[in-house]
Design a protein around this ligand. Structure first.
Ligand SMILES: *[C@@H]1O[C@H](CO)[C@@H](O)[C@H](O)[C@H]1NC(C)=O
Ligand SMILES: *[C@@H]1O[C@H](CO)[C@@H](O)[C@H](O)[C@H]1NC(C)=O
Length: 322
């Protein structure tokens, strides 16, 4: 008979009571006009590390600030894809935290990155997932003057598409044919082109464990802010703002958003504050739990009843927000 405290028993016991001691790291991808060495990005990365107790890395694209403006997003996604493939820390899988434009790069990695390590949870702060109808606010610096002049060339011209990152997700509802024809990033990422839909992108995106979409109530950078939830304008008009569930991307399940939602894996969060202006409390409530390993086990035992309740709450919040 095996004594109660034999090494193998102890091993099993420890394994059972500490199932989450093995936590996967996260990467953070910053937004436009930012870089990993900027104070704000450094702070949020470090806070997420401190609050979650897991390792986290801010992944830089090129030289940061300048490239965030002027390197096309398809190339930015390729840079991050190559970086994550080389990071042995991520081999067992990792989570992505995206800030603003960084969310589209992150999704590019999830959907396009050939042979990359698996992405488990995707936490999006102010992501222009369904596009944005206005260039991100930027003020009067030199870069913005260059950007402004480029846009005057016509956002869907080949030249602008090749030289201005946000032109890859500027989706003007009154220019949808030009957008679908010329925009080089978002139509691919969202599987919007009927003759180019790629089921591999959908498979990869719908294999996420959790997709956390945080929209900020006073976000005036993203037009409309509901794009943070995949909500957007209908083709051809600036109103009404469609709920995510009313868009074709969702109903026809172009990238697996509906599949994920029906499996209870999409969290539609409405937080107070401006563009990516998350409070410490909301960070702990909405982001940190997904960086700890526990969420993967929570997910597998989550009940459809609570999911339906969440969705009811979410729909109500969306109505209130629009
Ligand atoms: C993170 O924790 C370290 C060590 O406790 C502390 O020195 C640092 O100020 C914390 N950083 C942030 C941004 O919370
Ligand atoms: C879809 O994407 C995958 C991965 O990038 C690629 O290997 C495949 O050729 C694409 N399929 C089509 C039909 O374009």
């Amino acid at each position: 008979m095996m004594p109660l405290l034999s090494p193998s028993f102890l091993f099993i016991f420890i394994f059972i009571i500490f199932p989450s001691s093995h936590s996967i790291p996260f990467i953070l991808i910053h937004g436009i006009a930012d870089q990993c060495s900027h104070l704000g990005v450094k702070k949020i990365t470090q806070q997420l590390i401190n609050f979650s107790g897991v390792e986290g890395y801010c992944i830089e694209v090129g030289n940061g600030y300048w490239d965030s403006w002027f390197m096309p997003l398809l190339d930015q996604a390729k840079v991050v894809c190559e970086k994550v493939k080389k990071m042995k820390e991520l081999k067992e899988g990792y989570n992505i935290v995206g800030l603003s434009q960084g969310n589209l790069i992150g999704r590019g990695v999830v959907e396009f990155c050939e042979g990359g390590p698996p992405v488990k949870n995707f936490i999006s702060l102010s992501g222009p997932h369904a596009g944005t109808a206005s260039v991100p606010l930027c003020g009067s610096g030199t870069l913005c003057i260059i950007a402004d002049n480029l846009i005057k060339e016509g956002v869907y011209s080949d030249y602008v598409q090749a030289h201005l990152a946000p032109s890859g997700y500027l989706k003007l509802p009154n220019a949808i044919p030009a957008y679908l024809d010329k925009c080089r990033f978002l139509p691919l990422l969202n599987n919007e082109l009927p003759d180019k839909r790629n089921s591999t992108y959908k498979e990869r995106f719908s294999s996420l464990q959790n997709l956390v979409l945080i929209m900020f109530e006073e976000d005036n950078v993203l037009i409309p802010k509901e794009t943070s939830w995949f909500g957007y304008y209908p083709d051809g008009a600036f109103n009404p703002i469609l709920q995510p569930q009313q868009t074709k991307l969702y109903t026809e399940d172009w990238i697996g958003l509906r599949t994920l939602d029906e499996a209870g894996r999409v969290k539609f969060i409405s937080a107070s504050g401006g563009h990516i202006g998350i409070s410490d409390a909301d960070m702990k409530k909405y982001v940190v739990p997904y960086l700890n390993d526990q969420t993967s086990t929570e997910h597998s035992t989550s009940k459809s009843g609570s999911r339906r309740m969440m969705q009811r709450v979410n729909r109500r919040e969306l109505f209130r927000a629009t």
